[in-house]
Design a protein around this ligand. Structure first.
Ligand code: HEM
Ligand code: HEM
Length: 186
Protein backbone atom coordinates (compact mmCIF):
# COMPACT_ATOMS: atom_id res chain seq x y z
CA UNK A 1 0.00 0.00 0.00
CA UNK A 2 2.87 2.49 0.75
CA UNK A 3 5.39 3.83 -1.77
CA UNK A 4 8.62 1.85 -2.29
CA UNK A 5 11.69 2.59 -4.45
CA UNK A 6 10.48 0.09 -7.08
CA UNK A 7 6.75 0.81 -7.02
CA UNK A 8 4.51 3.75 -6.12
CA UNK A 9 1.21 2.93 -4.44
CA UNK A 10 -2.05 3.13 -6.41
CA UNK A 11 -3.10 6.03 -4.15
CA UNK A 12 0.00 8.08 -5.08
CA UNK A 13 -0.38 7.31 -8.79
CA UNK A 14 -4.15 7.99 -9.00
CA UNK A 15 -4.04 11.17 -6.90
CA UNK A 16 -1.03 12.45 -8.89
CA UNK A 17 -2.71 12.08 -12.29
CA UNK A 18 -6.22 13.27 -11.37
CA UNK A 19 -4.82 16.37 -9.64
CA UNK A 20 -2.21 16.94 -12.39
CA UNK A 21 -4.86 16.98 -15.15
CA UNK A 22 -7.12 19.24 -13.05
CA UNK A 23 -4.27 21.67 -12.24
CA UNK A 24 -3.20 21.94 -15.90
CA UNK A 25 -6.84 22.43 -16.97
CA UNK A 26 -7.63 25.05 -14.28
CA UNK A 27 -4.41 26.98 -14.93
CA UNK A 28 -5.15 27.11 -18.67
CA UNK A 29 -8.83 27.95 -18.04
CA UNK A 30 -7.88 30.74 -15.58
CA UNK A 31 -5.42 32.32 -18.00
CA UNK A 32 -7.85 32.06 -20.97
CA UNK A 33 -10.84 33.49 -19.04
CA UNK A 34 -8.69 36.41 -17.82
CA UNK A 35 -7.06 37.07 -21.19
CA UNK A 36 -10.31 37.01 -23.22
CA UNK A 37 -12.61 38.26 -20.42
CA UNK A 38 -14.79 35.14 -20.65
CA UNK A 39 -16.78 35.77 -17.45
CA UNK A 40 -19.20 32.92 -18.26
CA UNK A 41 -16.33 30.48 -17.47
CA UNK A 42 -15.85 31.79 -13.89
CA UNK A 43 -18.48 29.46 -12.37
CA UNK A 44 -16.86 26.36 -13.94
CA UNK A 45 -13.37 27.51 -12.84
CA UNK A 46 -14.49 28.23 -9.27
CA UNK A 47 -16.63 25.06 -8.90
CA UNK A 48 -13.89 22.69 -10.15
CA UNK A 49 -11.24 24.52 -8.07
CA UNK A 50 -13.28 24.16 -4.87
CA UNK A 51 -14.07 20.47 -5.58
CA UNK A 52 -10.38 19.78 -6.18
CA UNK A 53 -9.75 20.50 -2.49
CA UNK A 54 -11.60 17.24 -1.70
CA UNK A 55 -8.67 15.37 -3.30
CA UNK A 56 -5.86 17.79 -2.48
CA UNK A 57 -6.31 17.55 1.30
CA UNK A 58 -6.19 13.70 1.44
CA UNK A 59 -3.17 13.84 -0.90
CA UNK A 60 -1.30 16.21 1.44
CA UNK A 61 -2.09 13.95 4.43
CA UNK A 62 -0.92 10.93 2.39
CA UNK A 63 2.34 12.65 1.38
CA UNK A 64 2.95 13.78 4.98
CA UNK A 65 2.43 10.26 6.34
CA UNK A 66 4.40 8.45 3.58
CA UNK A 67 7.16 11.03 2.97
CA UNK A 68 8.40 11.75 -0.59
CA UNK A 69 9.04 8.79 -2.91
CA UNK A 70 12.68 7.66 -2.88
CA UNK A 71 14.59 8.60 -6.08
CA UNK A 72 14.10 5.90 -8.73
CA UNK A 73 17.49 6.50 -10.40
CA UNK A 74 20.94 7.93 -9.62
CA UNK A 75 20.15 11.63 -9.74
CA UNK A 76 22.89 14.27 -9.50
CA UNK A 77 22.73 16.58 -6.47
CA UNK A 78 21.45 19.42 -8.71
CA UNK A 79 18.70 17.23 -10.19
CA UNK A 80 17.71 16.04 -6.75
CA UNK A 81 17.48 19.56 -5.28
CA UNK A 82 15.74 21.15 -8.30
CA UNK A 83 13.28 18.23 -8.49
CA UNK A 84 12.53 18.61 -4.76
CA UNK A 85 12.00 22.36 -5.12
CA UNK A 86 9.59 21.92 -8.04
CA UNK A 87 7.67 19.13 -6.22
CA UNK A 88 7.28 21.38 -3.16
CA UNK A 89 6.12 24.30 -5.34
CA UNK A 90 3.58 22.14 -7.20
CA UNK A 91 2.25 20.54 -4.03
CA UNK A 92 1.94 23.92 -2.29
CA UNK A 93 0.16 25.35 -5.35
CA UNK A 94 -2.47 22.59 -5.27
CA UNK A 95 -3.51 23.94 -1.84
CA UNK A 96 -2.81 27.67 -2.18
CA UNK A 97 -4.57 28.17 -5.54
CA UNK A 98 -8.01 26.96 -4.35
CA UNK A 99 -7.62 28.66 -0.93
CA UNK A 100 -6.57 32.03 -2.41
CA UNK A 101 -9.38 31.75 -5.00
CA UNK A 102 -11.93 31.11 -2.25
CA UNK A 103 -10.57 34.03 -0.19
CA UNK A 104 -10.75 36.35 -3.21
CA UNK A 105 -14.31 35.31 -4.14
CA UNK A 106 -15.71 35.68 -0.60
CA UNK A 107 -13.80 38.91 0.23
CA UNK A 108 -14.95 40.61 -2.99
CA UNK A 109 -18.58 39.87 -1.99
CA UNK A 110 -19.44 37.19 -4.60
CA UNK A 111 -19.86 34.45 -1.99
CA UNK A 112 -18.99 30.85 -2.89
CA UNK A 113 -21.04 28.59 -5.16
CA UNK A 114 -20.22 25.09 -6.45
CA UNK A 115 -22.29 24.26 -9.54
CA UNK A 116 -25.16 26.36 -8.16
CA UNK A 117 -24.91 25.06 -4.59
CA UNK A 118 -24.36 27.99 -2.21
CA UNK A 119 -21.53 27.42 0.31
CA UNK A 120 -21.23 31.08 1.34
CA UNK A 121 -23.81 33.78 0.51
CA UNK A 122 -23.19 36.86 -1.64
CA UNK A 123 -22.92 40.15 0.26
CA UNK A 124 -25.76 42.09 -1.35
CA UNK A 125 -25.66 45.87 -1.24
CA UNK A 126 -28.87 47.13 0.48
CA UNK A 127 -28.54 50.47 -1.32
CA UNK A 128 -28.21 48.85 -4.80
CA UNK A 129 -30.38 45.73 -5.15
CA UNK A 130 -28.67 43.08 -7.32
CA UNK A 131 -25.17 44.51 -6.68
CA UNK A 132 -22.61 42.97 -4.30
CA UNK A 133 -20.39 44.88 -1.88
CA UNK A 134 -16.76 44.21 -1.04
CA UNK A 135 -16.40 42.53 2.38
CA UNK A 136 -12.68 43.18 2.87
CA UNK A 137 -10.35 44.89 0.40
CA UNK A 138 -7.08 43.75 2.13
CA UNK A 139 -8.23 40.09 2.10
CA UNK A 140 -9.37 40.39 -1.53
CA UNK A 141 -5.94 41.79 -2.46
CA UNK A 142 -4.14 39.05 -0.50
CA UNK A 143 -6.16 36.33 -2.29
CA UNK A 144 -5.67 37.98 -5.69
CA UNK A 145 -1.92 38.49 -5.06
CA UNK A 146 -1.37 34.80 -4.22
CA UNK A 147 -3.60 33.63 -7.11
CA UNK A 148 -1.79 35.83 -9.64
CA UNK A 149 1.65 34.79 -8.34
CA UNK A 150 0.51 31.17 -8.84
CA UNK A 151 -0.67 32.02 -12.37
CA UNK A 152 2.85 33.32 -13.16
CA UNK A 153 4.81 30.52 -11.46
CA UNK A 154 2.66 27.45 -12.27
CA UNK A 155 3.15 27.28 -16.08
CA UNK A 156 6.95 27.47 -15.55
CA UNK A 157 6.98 24.92 -12.70
CA UNK A 158 4.72 22.49 -14.61
CA UNK A 159 6.88 22.92 -17.75
CA UNK A 160 10.12 22.18 -15.83
CA UNK A 161 8.44 19.20 -14.13
CA UNK A 162 7.38 17.68 -17.47
CA UNK A 163 10.84 18.27 -19.03
CA UNK A 164 12.41 16.58 -15.96
CA UNK A 165 10.09 13.55 -16.24
CA UNK A 166 10.83 13.21 -19.98
CA UNK A 167 14.60 13.51 -19.37
CA UNK A 168 14.47 10.69 -16.81
CA UNK A 169 12.58 8.51 -19.26
CA UNK A 170 14.34 9.19 -22.57
CA UNK A 171 17.84 10.35 -21.57
CA UNK A 172 18.58 8.61 -18.25
CA UNK A 173 16.28 5.69 -19.17
CA UNK A 174 15.39 5.17 -15.50
CA UNK A 175 12.10 4.10 -13.88
CA UNK A 176 10.96 7.57 -12.67
CA UNK A 177 8.13 8.07 -15.21
CA UNK A 178 7.17 4.38 -15.53
CA UNK A 179 6.86 4.18 -11.75
CA UNK A 180 4.49 7.20 -11.71
CA UNK A 181 2.47 5.55 -14.50
CA UNK A 182 1.99 2.51 -12.23
CA UNK A 183 3.99 0.24 -14.59
CA UNK A 184 5.96 -2.75 -13.30
CA UNK A 185 9.79 -2.29 -13.20
CA UNK A 186 11.60 -3.36 -16.43
C1 HEM B 1 -6.31 24.51 -8.31
C2 HEM B 1 -7.16 25.43 -8.46
C3 HEM B 1 -6.99 26.70 -9.27
C4 HEM B 1 -6.05 27.06 -10.21
C5 HEM B 1 -4.87 26.24 -10.72
C6 HEM B 1 -6.41 28.40 -10.65
C7 HEM B 1 -5.72 29.12 -11.60
C8 HEM B 1 -6.06 30.38 -12.04
C9 HEM B 1 -5.32 31.14 -13.01
C10 HEM B 1 -4.05 30.69 -13.71
C11 HEM B 1 -5.97 32.32 -13.20
C12 HEM B 1 -5.58 33.47 -14.14
C13 HEM B 1 -4.98 34.59 -13.33
C14 HEM B 1 -4.32 35.66 -14.14
O1 HEM B 1 -4.06 35.46 -15.34
O2 HEM B 1 -4.05 36.71 -13.55
C15 HEM B 1 -7.13 32.33 -12.33
C16 HEM B 1 -8.04 33.36 -12.20
C17 HEM B 1 -9.07 33.37 -11.30
N1 HEM B 1 -9.41 32.37 -10.44
FE1 HEM B 1 -8.48 30.60 -10.20
N2 HEM B 1 -7.53 28.81 -9.97
C18 HEM B 1 -7.91 27.80 -9.12
C19 HEM B 1 -8.97 27.80 -8.26
C20 HEM B 1 -9.83 28.86 -8.07
C21 HEM B 1 -10.89 28.91 -7.08
C22 HEM B 1 -11.25 27.77 -6.12
C23 HEM B 1 -11.48 30.13 -7.20
C24 HEM B 1 -12.60 30.73 -6.42
C25 HEM B 1 -13.26 30.19 -5.46
C26 HEM B 1 -10.80 30.85 -8.26
C27 HEM B 1 -11.12 32.12 -8.68
C28 HEM B 1 -10.49 32.79 -9.68
C29 HEM B 1 -10.87 34.14 -10.10
C30 HEM B 1 -12.00 34.98 -9.50
C31 HEM B 1 -9.99 34.50 -11.12
C32 HEM B 1 -9.95 35.81 -11.88
C33 HEM B 1 -8.73 36.51 -11.36
C34 HEM B 1 -8.83 37.89 -10.94
O3 HEM B 1 -9.91 38.47 -10.88
O4 HEM B 1 -7.72 38.39 -10.61
N3 HEM B 1 -9.79 30.04 -8.76
N4 HEM B 1 -7.14 31.13 -11.64
C1 HEM C 1 2.08 15.64 -18.06
C2 HEM C 1 2.31 16.13 -16.88
C3 HEM C 1 3.09 15.46 -15.77
C4 HEM C 1 4.02 14.44 -15.82
C5 HEM C 1 4.55 13.69 -17.04
C6 HEM C 1 4.42 14.20 -14.44
C7 HEM C 1 5.32 13.23 -14.05
C8 HEM C 1 5.73 12.99 -12.75
C9 HEM C 1 6.67 11.97 -12.35
C10 HEM C 1 7.36 11.00 -13.28
C11 HEM C 1 6.82 12.06 -11.00
C12 HEM C 1 7.73 11.19 -10.09
C13 HEM C 1 8.97 11.96 -9.74
C14 HEM C 1 9.91 11.20 -8.82
O1 HEM C 1 9.70 10.04 -8.56
O2 HEM C 1 10.90 11.84 -8.38
C15 HEM C 1 5.97 13.13 -10.53
C16 HEM C 1 5.85 13.53 -9.22
C17 HEM C 1 5.11 14.60 -8.79
N1 HEM C 1 4.30 15.40 -9.58
FE1 HEM C 1 4.02 15.21 -11.57
N2 HEM C 1 3.76 15.06 -13.61
C18 HEM C 1 2.94 15.85 -14.38
C19 HEM C 1 2.12 16.87 -13.94
C20 HEM C 1 2.06 17.33 -12.64
C21 HEM C 1 1.26 18.45 -12.18
C22 HEM C 1 0.41 19.34 -13.09
C23 HEM C 1 1.44 18.55 -10.83
C24 HEM C 1 0.85 19.51 -9.84
C25 HEM C 1 0.44 20.65 -10.02
C26 HEM C 1 2.37 17.50 -10.44
C27 HEM C 1 2.83 17.31 -9.14
C28 HEM C 1 3.72 16.34 -8.76
C29 HEM C 1 4.19 16.16 -7.39
C30 HEM C 1 3.80 17.01 -6.18
C31 HEM C 1 5.05 15.06 -7.41
C32 HEM C 1 5.81 14.44 -6.20
C33 HEM C 1 5.21 13.09 -5.87
C34 HEM C 1 3.80 13.18 -5.37
O3 HEM C 1 3.54 13.95 -4.43
O4 HEM C 1 2.94 12.49 -5.93
N3 HEM C 1 2.70 16.77 -11.55
N4 HEM C 1 5.32 13.69 -11.62
Amino acid sequence: MTDTKERLSAVTVKLHWIIAVAMIFLTALGIIMEEFELHQLFDLHISLGVLLLLLVIPRLVWRYRNGWPEPAGNYTRFEHLSGKLVHWLLLLATLLMPLSGILMAIAVGHGLHVFGLMLYPESLDPANPGEVIMLSEPLQQLGEGIHELGADVLPLAIGLHIVGALKHHFVDKDETLRRMLGLAPR
